[in-house]
Write a protein that binds this ligand. Structure first.
Ligand code: FAD
Length: 479
């Protein structure tokens, strides 16, 4: 029988894993994961992401073991390690799931070519997206540039059914040198990240449980509550999707089934709103494939030369959640504590950095890369370029989120703010969105000393708004 290396990457699951499925149909399976720090520098930079990867690998190892397979773990250059394993196991083929980050996909092309000197077959499979990457083009054969048209197009397409976990997989039964997950060195010595266990359960089982919980508790309210950060009505699937603990096609079909059944509880609108978000993820990859420069450069030429400020002190305050705007600070502290931020608040914090502080979206994107557990190159770049106005389908430049109004609208009672900013817990809801307006006796009673226990706003909103509009006027005038 053919001996096939299944090279796991950001598809740390057994269900709907096309590389694993195909290998199981054809031969003996040698599952491999290689931690290649130099190759992943850009894409798994944050300690939160590495914590996730560590635990997701542990879960994968266990799951494979329950099917009689041993995960071979290596560290170093992917090509070198793959060739070593090919030689050690006398493998015939290497199968793997596609990745679309430009440098990784270029590297994969080189690896594929060179591996053919060692094995007779190298195949890559696509199972991390709903549609074949790059396939959806408009009538002129150009990439879609507007989300709504892309969404409408996807509604006319059908999504392939997810593959089940292969039955009776044939394991390779000779010993091959392997590290323990701990030996990959993904966790830093400082164990501050242990708190993440309170919020997340990385791995395939954890992802399926999370999805089920969302279906039971959040999905029916999604269309109404998804913008309320304290409402617990979003799926929290993003890190699971980013690492491939769960297949997006399984989630899609599962949601569609509920949609088709159309019960009183699931009346369709919530599910449609949720499916739409999955298409935003798809749209991000669509952009990445057609416009790979989006990771580092504005997609609209007009933004080249935008007068960003080198506001290092303000950037540091934003990063630490010390801007004096409670909703912004709550979001940035949620990020520190959990490795993720609610989507509505992500937009508010990003807008604050880019438009209130006039710090480049690239700085913000880098910080997210350093801190997110769900970091996803495509969604992150699309999100930042959307907020900055430099993306292909972006927020209009004159739309400047008012962090106070956003707070009043989406966190009226300040539940989210109180959760992440304990020093503001006792402030009455009327003042929690702008504590600097609270009378002295209210502050005193709440134990808040502005400028000491909680900062005064680092910039006045109207001033910042005027300054941003002026800067953006230059973009408007650039041809
Ligand atoms: P739900 O509301 O339950 O949505 C389900 C899934 O749909 C998500 O898990 C995600 O995969 C996808 N999705 C939802 N909204 C978006 C969106 N706007 N863009 C792309 N996909 C979406 N998402 C990431 O996964 N990784 C990132 O690095 C990332 N960076 C972002 C940066 C900025 C500045 C902004 C504005 C958004 C970013 N997003 C990113 C998108 C979005 O904020 C998260 O996907 C969402 O908050 C995840 O929470 P959830 O799983 O509960 O989402």
């Amino acid at each position: 029988m053919k001996k096939i290396i299944v090279w796991f990457r950001k598809d740390l699951r057994l269900h709907d894993n096309a590389a694993l499925w195909e290998a199981a149909q054809q031969g003996i399976i040698i599952p491999v994961f290689i931690w290649s720090e130099e190759e992943e520098r850009e894409y798994a930079r944050s300690e939160a992401a590495r914590w996730w990867l560590h635990h997701s690998l542990k879960a994968l190892e266990e799951k494979l073991k329950s099917h009689g397979l041993t995960l071979i773990l290596r560290r170093g250059s992917s090509f070198e390690q793959l060739t070593l394993i090919c030689n050690q196991a006398e493998a015939d083929a290497v199968f793997f799931g596609e990745r679309y980050e430009p440098s990784i996909s270029r590297r994969d092309g080189v690896i594929t070519k060179n591996l053919l000197l060692y094995v007779s077959e190298v195949r890559s499979f696509s199972s991390s997206l709903l549609f074949p990457p790059g396939d959806l083009l408009n009538q002129k054969n150009d990439p879609y540039k507007v989300f709504t048209s892309f969404w409408k197009r996807t509604m006319r397409e059908s999504v392939n059914r997810p593959l089940p976990i292969p039955e009776n997989m044939v394991p390779y039964d000779e010993a091959i040198p392997s590290l323990q997950v701990e030996g990959l060195g993904l966790l830093s010595e400082n164990t501050w990240y242990e708190k993440f266990h309170t919020y997340w359960e990385p791995g395939e089982e954890g992802a399926i449980t999370r999805w089920q919980q969302f279906v039971d508790e959040g999905l029916s309210r999604y269309v109404v509550d998804r913008d309320i950060p304290s409402a617990h009505s979003v799926s929290l699937l993003s890190p699971h999707l980013a690492w491939g603990d769960i297949s997006v096609r399984s989630v899609w079909h599962s949601a569609k089934r509920l949609h088709n059944e159309e019960t009183e509880e699931f009346n369709g609108t919530s599910i449609e709103a949720f499916l739409r978000q999955l298409i935003w993820r798809e749209f991000a990859y669509h952009q990445l494939i057609h416009f790979p420069k989006m990771l580092h450069e504005p997609l609209r030429e007009k933004f080249k030369g935008f007068p960003w400020l080198a506001a290092h002190e303000e950037l540091a305050k934003w990063q630490k959640g010390l801007t004096g705007y409670p909703l912004v600070d709550a979001g940035m502290r949620e990020l520190w504590e959990t490795g993720a931020i609610h989507n509505r608040v992500r937009m508010v914090v990003a807008s604050f950095l880019v438009k209130h502080l006039l710090v480049s979206w690239v700085e913000g994107s880098e910080w997210f890369q350093e801190t997110l557990a769900d970091f996803d190159a495509a969604s992150n770049a699309m999100g930042w370029q959307w907020v900055a106005g430099s993306g292909i389908d972006a927020a209009p430049y004159f739309r400047i989120f008012n962090p106070i109004i956003q707070s009043q609208k989406f966190d009226a009672e300040g539940l989210y703010i109180r959760k992440w900013i304990p020093e503001l817990t006792e402030i009455p809801s009327k003042y929690i969105h702008e504590p600097w307006k609270a009378p002295v006796d209210v502050l005193l009673e709440a134990g808040v000393v502005l400028g000491e226990t909680y900062p005064l706003p680092i910039i006045d909103h109207s001033l910042a708004r005027g300054r941003a509009l002026e800067a953006y006027a230059q973009v408007k005038n650039n041809v």
